[in-house]
Design a protein around this ligand. Structure first.
Ligand SMILES: NC(=O)c1ccc[n+]([C@@H]2O[C@H](COP(=O)([O-])OP(=O)(O)OC[C@H]3O[C@@H](n4cnc5c(N)ncnc54)[C@H](O)[C@@H]3O)[C@@H](O)[C@H]2O)c1
Length: 477
């Protein structure tokens, strides 16, 4: 691993020297495994694949790419297309036929960038390919280059390769070794080097005019996507057993947080906690009626007892009972307020006390577009009023607590497409609602997930008391 003059990217070098090995089949398998693992670890979306001789490893890579992933494969003749032709993987692969160097120049000219690049060091011009890719910024920030069939000596082997191909691969190794823009590691798989672009750790003389500040380096040295990560954070989500709360729990967990899924119905909370567990997210299911003070206290105390802190409090549970205002009973009014506003306040206060003592915390309340407009034609006075209360409570706590490290914000979804509104009774309303939504569709729970991660992350530390409205423009018409 090299750590001199870090400038741009990281480069990993795997050594697969298949052609020089007696147990080629085993080596081949190891290389494939290494590639698969790299793809899983780095999760590339766009791969540039240059080796002339395609093999099953390309098919394996395709299998591990996300659905919208893409491999641009450069081949000298279309015959090499056979492995994936007419398979379901074909849509992920774009084949470019012709001289590799010409193809690379065209891709560079059109500003194409890749998360991962594969080069074979035994090809005719591997150094030219490498230089072209690095010099024209075809490798994205944090991108990875896998160079295969590099010199066997790179992995400590005593073998000497004196033929032309061997010399070429040694030259390739030397070029990568002295390239200060990349960090590299030779994996103990023969003949493959993987390189990754390094972050900038200091400004040197070659970077004249570059501002040495947080914008250039990233705040605290972290890129914007890193700053959205929630690794090591402890979160809870009330009403996490279904709908929006379930989507929030998944989003926070995917971003790295441990998640306590809290719901009035234990089976629902358990089902979601189980889903999170299947994805490798640390989670726990808890039952509570958030309109009851003792339940709120119990869940907050239990989370702190088990996980020592609460960083993210997602107060999402809410109910809506429709009735015309002249018919709204005090019972309906009280019930709505006891969950939507009184219950939410108790959660804010219990979690807020912990966060104030920690000196840091993020509270994210679920309000509603109904806090801003009067959704129609359905009648829901108590609901609308309770959600307007959530916004004012959020603004008040947000300003009162920010100087002690606790940020309080809320999310106001528009009308979310849940099974509830697919009922026969509500179907006619959907047409009315759609006519009021500039986006032309209802919200999906997945439309709300990035917002909760942003508000939970340090990237939003300067935001407090904010009502983040996500309604496809409906409140503007
Ligand atoms: N669905 C929408 O169109 C929409 C739009 C704007 C805002 N909202 C708000 O988003 C939040 C979630 O809505 P949803 O559509 O996912 O609702 P949902 O009814 O699908 O799910 C709510 C969950 O909260 C749980 N819950 C209800 N009362 C509770 C209580 N007292 N204690 C603990 N858990 C309780 C329920 O068991 C359920 O699992 C609510 O605050 C709602 O007002 C929803």
């Amino acid at each position: 691993m090299k750590s001199t003059t870090p400038m741009y990217k990281l480069c990993v070098v795997l050594q697969s020297n298949l052609i020089y090995f007696r147990d080629a089949k085993l080596q081949y398998h190891r290389v494939n495994q290494a590639y698969k693992m790299l793809v899983q670890l780095t999760r590339p979306r766009k791969i540039l694949y240059l080796p002339h001789h395609f093999s099953e490893n390309l098919e394996d890579l395709l299998n591990h790419l996300p659905e919208d992933g893409q491999i641009v494969a450069c081949v000298s003749s279309l015959e090499q297309h056979h492995l994936w032709k007419e398979s379901s993987l074909e849509k992920k692969i774009h084949t470019k036929v012709g001289s590799i160097e010409d193809i690379l120049k065209k891709l560079a000219a059109s500003g194409e960038q890749y998360d991962m690049v594969f080069i074979d060091a035994t090809e005719e011009n591997p150094i030219n390919y490498y230089n072209l890719i690095m010099n024209s910024n075809m490798l994205k920030m944090d991108g990875v280059i896998c160079v295969q069939n590099v010199s066997a000596n790179e992995t400590g082997s005593q073998e000497h390769i004196n033929d032309e191909i061997g010399l070429r691969s040694e030259e390739m190794t030397d070029v990568i070794n002295v390239d200060t823009r990349v960090e590299q590691v030779a994996l103990p798989v023969k003949g493959v080097i993987v390189t990754k672009r390094l972050p900038v750790s200091h400004i040197n003389d070659t970077m004249k005019g570059v501002a040495d500040d947080d914008v250039f380096r990233g705040f605290k040295g972290r890129s914007i996507l890193d700053r959205l990560r929630l690794d090591g954070k402890v979160a809870y989500v009330t009403g996490g057993g279904q709908g929006i709360g379930r989507a929030f729990a998944h989003a926070l967990g995917e971003a790295g947080a441990k998640v306590a899924v809290i719901d009035m119905v234990l089976e629902k909370a358990e089902a979601v906690a189980n889903e999170l567990g299947l994805k490798g997210i640390h989670s726990v299911a808890m039952t509570a009626d958030i309109s009851k003070e003792e339940d709120v206290k119990r869940v907050v105390d239990t989370i702190v007892a088990n996980w020592k802190k609460i960083d993210i409090a997602c107060n999402n549970a809410g109910i809506n009972m429709n009735s015309a205002s002249e018919d709204t009973t005090l019972e309906e009014w009280d019930k709505t307020f006891s969950v939507n506003l009184r219950g939410l306040f108790m959660c804010c206060q219990a979690a807020g006390r912990i966060m104030l003592s920690q000196g840091y915390g993020k509270i994210i309340n679920t309000a509603s577009m109904a806090s801003l407009i009067v959704p129609h034609p359905q009648k829901q006075l108590a609901y609308n009023t309770s959600k307007a209360g959530v916004v004012k409570l959020t603004q008040t706590l947000g300003t009162e607590w920010i100087d002690r490290g606790v940020r309080v914000n809320c999310i106001s979804p528009g009308i979310v497409d849940t099974p509830l509104i697919h009922s026969e009774a509500l179907k006619p309303l959907v047409t009315r609602w759609l006519a009021d939504i500039p986006a032309g569709r209802l919200a999906q729970v997945t439309d709300l997930q990035a917002a909760v991660v942003y508000l939970a992350s340090e990237a939003s530390d300067y935001m407090t008391g904010h009502n983040l409205v996500i309604e496809g423009g409906q409140s503007l018409w």
